[in-house]
Design a protein around this ligand. Structure first.
Ligand SMILES: [Zn+2]
Length: 186
């Protein structure tokens, strides 16, 4: 089985340039996993630090490790969906602990935290706020997420597009956070 651009794995077109066999991806995967009775802990990039998502860099693919696990064990991620952790252990790659969700699901906690993505007044509000479902349900991130996003960005561990997808917010929102134009007080 080969993964090609025709498989809607991510919106980033990871496999546009080259096709990888599932066997090759699995081989790379198992070199970086430590199974426990519950979670499967990612020992590759990002897995060593508490609270961080595991990162996958093998074979030219750059993505979150749990997303690669989902792809390998359960198949392509439905378009427009993100992969969420049921166990809340971010470096866990146990497919039984992963589920697909929508941007709206992902922002519900943040909605409760009550922080608007834009953080402050924007010149163009539409570029910085993404509406998910209802028009009055704008995407938000928490202070903790702002710190995480900046950490991943500053260490060059994720593209803005990748962060936008993972955190379920707009590219403009991620731009505002990483450029310090929003949440400049953090
Ligand atoms: Zn887990």
């Amino acid at each position: 089985m080969y993964l090609t651009a025709s498989i809607p794995f991510t919106s980033r077109g990871l496999f546009d340039m080259k096709a990888y066999s599932m066997e090759q991806l699995e081989e790379s995967f198992w070199k970086r996993v430590e199974k426990t009775e519950t979670c499967w802990l990612w020992t590759g990039a990002g897995g060593g630090t508490k609270g961080r998502y595991g990162r996958w860099y093998a074979r030219g693919v750059k993505d979150f490790a749990h997303r690669m696990s989902y792809l390998i064990h359960k198949g392509a991620i439905p378009t427009g969906h993100i992969i969420r952790h049921k166990c809340h252990v971010r470096k866990c790659v146990n497919p039984d602990h992963l589920k697909t969700g929508t941007f709206k699901d992902n922002t519900q906690d943040a909605v409760r935290a009550g922080r608007m993505c834009s953080g402050q007044r924007q010149k163009d509000a539409h570029a910085h706020v993404v509406y998910v479902g209802e028009a009055n349900s704008s995407a938000v991130v928490t202070t903790q997420q702002v710190l995480e996003i900046r950490s991943l960005w500053d260490k060059n561990l994720a593209s803005r597009k990748m962060l936008a997808e993972e955190y379920g917010v707009s590219h403009g929102c991620i731009y505002g956070i990483t450029s310090r134009k929003n949440w400049s007080h953090i």
